[in-house]
Design a binder for this molecule. Structure first.
Ligand code: ZN
Ligand code: ZN
Length: 576
């Protein structure tokens, strides 16, 4: 074993291939390979598979500009500029524009009746509880029941009075003119892996260009009209301005940093990010409250604003790619397996009836070599009263004669053997066979034939093994050894000597060689062309007759040992 392991180190195993000489298959193979190569190249160029990529790192600042005039109920004419409508604070990558507002002026700390929608309605002071409050109330109850208007009474609260009474935003929006506001978005990006820096205000853009550029004419213009942004996201500014909402401004950088194809420009897209259907949503839009404080006659007052507006979130994403030899090698390596598709397709095509059935059969016979596990020994049986060969699984218990066959195959005549045998027979036929002196009738009395024998000549002096128990017949009748053809084809000494001399002209055939040659003659005659990997079995009557004719000088016969039909030309039936 160690020797075999060492030998394994010094050898290389490769696959065996079958080459089919065919113009059709050859051209089909090259067409398929060319198609695969084309697809691979297109995918490589389209997806830039030869590049290594890095993701964008970015920062965003924005500046909204514009002025609007409003007529606020209870306040009067107000002009809004950038400071007013941008709201009190800005997030990192977003900006806010107020589009609608509910103003409650001159609120002071005091006591007043709660708004009916939130506070509980009451009839007497007993309905109110001193010190009670809930998350929706505007203040803390004092325990008194007050008249809110002509019909309703509510609990009194200590709060900022008067309490904000309006809950629904005004329609149309008070600052609908905000759609004409413009925003300048400044976006600086960086690809750390390539140490590449760029901004969306390109070096070629001058101050005069920026003051006059419009997105409709130049998609790279970094100044946006808010009405256009909302329209491009598929919304109407007038509707959205009433309750507010969230719009996403997406800046995509898809950069190619290769020297001859350098291109790194932003592209802009717009989406609404919040729930669009305001009547189906529980808390639609976007609003928040803020207040402006003042002191009047030493008393602190505030003006409360409930602001509705649109928040614009700027989102930057993208990648940059640069040629990388390693990425190219990895990509090429990953595509090699696609060429196996050609083999699969051609193999499938040959296997189907689309192609020539003959070629398919021939190809599969050459390509696939069937090997039997040594455990499964298949024996081949030929009866003189049956045209077919029977393939039987070897059994150690049942007599071979009685086992049911695994399959039945038609016997194919070995034409070469037939011709040779006939040509050898003709000049010999008149000469008396030397076996005449050894006819079974002349021999000593035989033991009775066993129960499985149908020809009554399967005698054996020693005990037989189950796989040796085979008769020349399947049903009762005359034994094949009693036929004259058997005498001439299998037993004839002149014929056997001629066969042996044909193989080796200088041999001197002895009894053992003649016996083995007789077995071979019988197998070639009765089994014809070898079938697969089965082992032909000679019936016991024939074995007995051959042994009788060409006995071994000393000692017993070794009995049957399976030898493949394919190799039987080289070996005898297994007897030594
Ligand atoms: Zn028999
Ligand atoms: Zn027989």
């Amino acid at each position: 074993m160690p020797c075999r392991c060492l030998l394994g180190l010094c050898q290389y195993d490769t696959n065996k291939l079958v080459r089919i000489q065919s113009v059709r298959l050859g051209s089909l193979k090259w067409c398929l390979n060319a198609g695969i190569l084309l697809v691979i190249c297109m995918m490589m160029l389209w997806n830039r598979k030869y590049q290594e990529f890095d993701l964008v790192v970015s920062s965003v600042t924005s500046k909204v500009k514009g002025v609007a005039h409003t007529q606020l109920p209870g306040v009067g004419d107000v002009v809004w500029d950038g400071v007013d409508y941008s709201g009190p604070s800005q997030d990192k990558n977003s900006f806010f524009v107020v589009t609608n507002v509910i103003v409650t002026k001159n609120q002071k700390q005091g006591k007043c009746a709660e708004v009916p929608l939130i506070g509980r309605l009451c009839r007497t002071d007993k309905d109110c509880e001193k010190g009670a409050w809930d998350p929706l109330s505007h203040g803390i109850q004092t325990g008194t029941c007050l008249k809110f208007d002509l019909l309703r009474k509510t609990c009194e609260v200590s709060a900022w009075c008067p309490i904000e009474a309006k809950t629904k935003p005004p329609r149309p929006a008070l600052l609908a003119a905000a759609e004409n506001f413009t925003v300048l978005i400044k976006n600086n990006i960086r690809f750390p892996a390539f140490n590449f820096i760029r901004r969306n205000i390109l070096p070629s853009m001058s101050g005069s260009y920026l003051s006059s550029c419009q997105r409709s004419r130049d998609p790279l213009c970094p100044i946006f009209r808010l009405g256009d942004v909302v329209r491009d996201s598929g919304e109407k500014f007038k509707d959205m301005a009433v309750e507010g909402g969230v719009i996403g401004i997406l800046i995509r950088w898809d950069c190619n940093l290769d020297r001859f194809m350098e291109r790194c420009l932003p592209s802009y897209a717009f989406r609404r990010l919040d729930e669009k259907e305001s009547n189906k949503t529980l808390y639609p839009g976007l609003n928040f409250r803020y207040a402006k404080y003042s002191t009047v006659n030493g008393v602190e007052e505030r003006t409360l604003y409930k602001a509705f507006g649109i928040r614009f979130d700027v989102m930057v994403y993208g990648q940059a790619g640069k040629f990388s030899f390693i990425q190219l090698i990895i990509y090429i390596g990953s595509t090699v397996s696609y060429y196996a598709l050609t083999t699969m397709l051609l193999d499938w095509l040959i296997g189907t009836s689309c192609y020539s059935a003959e070629v398919g059969q021939n190809y599969s016979e050459r390509k696939v070599e069937a090997l039997q596990d040594t455990q499964k020994c298949i024996l081949c049986v030929s009866y003189v009263d049956d045209r077919n060969l029977r393939l039987v699984k070897r059994s150690l218990k049942k007599s071979l004669q009685t086992i049911k066959p695994k399959s039945v195959q038609p016997r194919q005549e070995n034409i070469g053997h037939l011709k040779a045998a006939l040509s050898l027979l003709q000049p010999m036929s008149p000469s008396p066979s030397p076996s005449d002196a050894h006819t079974p009738s002349d021999s000593n009395p035989k033991p009775p034939s066993p129960s499985w024998c149908k020809c009554e000549r399967c005698h054996c002096n020693t005990s037989t093994l189950p796989h040796e128990e085979l008769c020349c017949r399947h049903s009762d009748g005359a034994c094949i050894t009693s036929s004259s053809v058997f005498e001439e084809l299998v037993l004839s000494r002149a014929l056997l000597e001629a066969v042996l001399l044909y193989r080796d002209p200088f041999t001197t055939p002895d009894t053992s060689a003649l016996r083995h040659c007789a077995y071979r003659q019988y197998i070639s005659w009765r089994f014809g062309v070898p079938t697969g990997d089965s082992h032909p079995v000679i019936p016991l009557c024939c074995v007995g007759r051959i042994r009788e004719m060409y006995p071994k000088p000393h000692g017993a016969f070794s009995g049957f040992r399976p030898i493949g039909t394919a190799s039987m030309q080289a070996c005898a039936n297994g007897e030594k």
